[in-house]
Write a protein that binds this ligand. Structure first.
Ligand SMILES: *Cc1c(COP(=O)(O)O)cnc(C)c1O
Length: 390
């Protein structure tokens, strides 16, 4: 694949990683290999491709790009973020234990507690910002530490190097769900993590048109195990989706730059708005994770949450109903701005007392700030806040 090394800048990697002109025609863009199988000149005599669940050239180019973007040796693509996670968990055995954060993405929590708990795997949820509570659960059965940073929707930050350091004597590997940061803003493998997982559906795809997941690692033995599971279980993405993500990746650095700029401007605007009590954005020095975020990230991202001054359900529902540019929807990370109400949407299945402990109150609103002109986004939020209070 392309001669891209970690020495290249992130933008150069975004444009070039994994992609070489097509050897048969010279096509600059990776062709979409819509084929399930490949001709064999004689038994076992093929060009490295036998069947598309196992290998597809469009997917191989994308997997090489994924590896390069996270400064890893290997990249694997899956049919969704949860399919990628499912594959990691299938490397565990009954009796194994996993330690994760108590502010985990809801779908990850559901996969852990309603699927894998039935296979004899034990999950512990702790505050990963507190290394003592992590160490308290660490034992000879611990195999994985599942980190998510920043978290949804409160933008809590976990110190990846500190977690990797705390468990280095144990047999546990550290996996980081890097979905919210993207490889442009955070590279967990460089910070001591063993594996990175992304919901490609979000920033990597970036255009809200694909559901996909990926894993990146430099651990050869683990990669072999995961590759076998990818082929044995078959949760692979199709070649058209791989092409769409290859296309999306080429502007990842530009998109993330604009997501960060717009996120920052909106966070500052909302912080001085009379209808807003608090803005949750790690770029503020008052944010509890600011110091760590400033050290381990290359920007604070495009996710901004805020709590309304009256912290009221009806006002929050009115705000999300009144925006025009911010579309009311689940998901995040696309070029268009989205608005959501965690208490009734992403976190609806979590008991009120539990969610309120982490700050997910009825008056909390989450923004996935897109790449539109920021003055239009600010005007849209202002008019929605005014109408909701009118
Ligand atoms: C969306 C998301 C996932 C799940 O990914 P899918 O592509 O929806 O399966 C996992 N982690 C985080 C942080 C997410 O935002």
């Amino acid at each position: 694949m392309s001669d891209m090394s970690p020495h290249h800048g992130r933008g150069t990697l975004a444009v070039h990683a994994g992609v070489e002109p097509d050897p048969t025609t010279g096509a600059i863009m990776t062709p979409v290999y819509l084929t399930s199988t490949y001709v064999q000149d004689g038994v076992g005599n093929h060009k490295g491709f036998e069947y598309s669940r196992t290998h597809n050239p469009t997917r191989s180019a994308l997997e090489a790009a994924f590896a390069a973007l996270e400064h890893g040796s290997h990249g694997l693509a899956f049919a969704s973020g949860l399919a990628a996670m499912d594959t990691v968990l299938k490397t565990l055995q009954p009796g194994d234990e996993v330690i994760s954060t108590n502010d985990l993405y809801g779908g990850s929590y559901r996969l852990f507690t309603t699927v894998f708990a039935h296979y004899g795997i034990t999950f512990h949820f702790v505050d990963l910002g507190d290394l003592e509570s992590l160490k308290a659960k660490l034992n000879e059965h611990t195999r994985l530490i599942w980190v998510e940073t920043p978290t949804n929707p409160m933008m809590q930050i976990t110190d990846i190097s500190a977690v990797a350091e705390a468990v280095k004597e144990a047999e546990a590997r550290v996996v980081v769900d890097n979905t919210f940061a993207s490889p442009m803003l955070q590279n967990p493998l460089d910070l001591g993590a063993d594996m990175v997982m992304h919901s490609v559906t979000k920033y990597l795809g970036g255009h809200s048109d694909v559901v996909m997941g990926c894993l990146m690692t430099s651990d050869d033995a683990w990669e072999e195990e995961l590759r076998t599971l990818q082929n044995s279980c078959g949760a692979v993405p199709g070649p058209m989706d791989c092409f769409l993500v290859l296309r999306g990746l080429k502007t990842l650095h530009l998109r993330m730059q604009r997501h960060c700029e717009n996120g920052e401007a909106i966070a500052h605007h909302l912080a001085q708005h009379p209808a807003v009590a608090k803005v949750h954005w790690p770029g503020f020095e008052t944010h509890p994770g600011h110091q760590v975020a400033a050290r381990q990230m290359h920007g604070f991202g495009g996710m901004v949450a805020f709590t309304l001054a009256d912290d009221n359900l009806d006002t929050a529902k009115a705000v999300v109903a009144k925006t025009n540019l911010f579309t009311l929807a689940e998901s995040l990370g696309g070029v268009e701005s989205l608005i959501g109400h965690p208490a009734t949407m992403t976190h609806a299945s979590i008991p009120k007392e539990v969610r309120e402990k982490t700050g997910v109150t009825d008056g909390l609103i989450r923004l996935s700030v897109g790449i539109e002109d920021v003055q239009d986004l600010i005007a849209d939020l202002d008019q929605a806040l005014a109408q909701a209070h009118g």
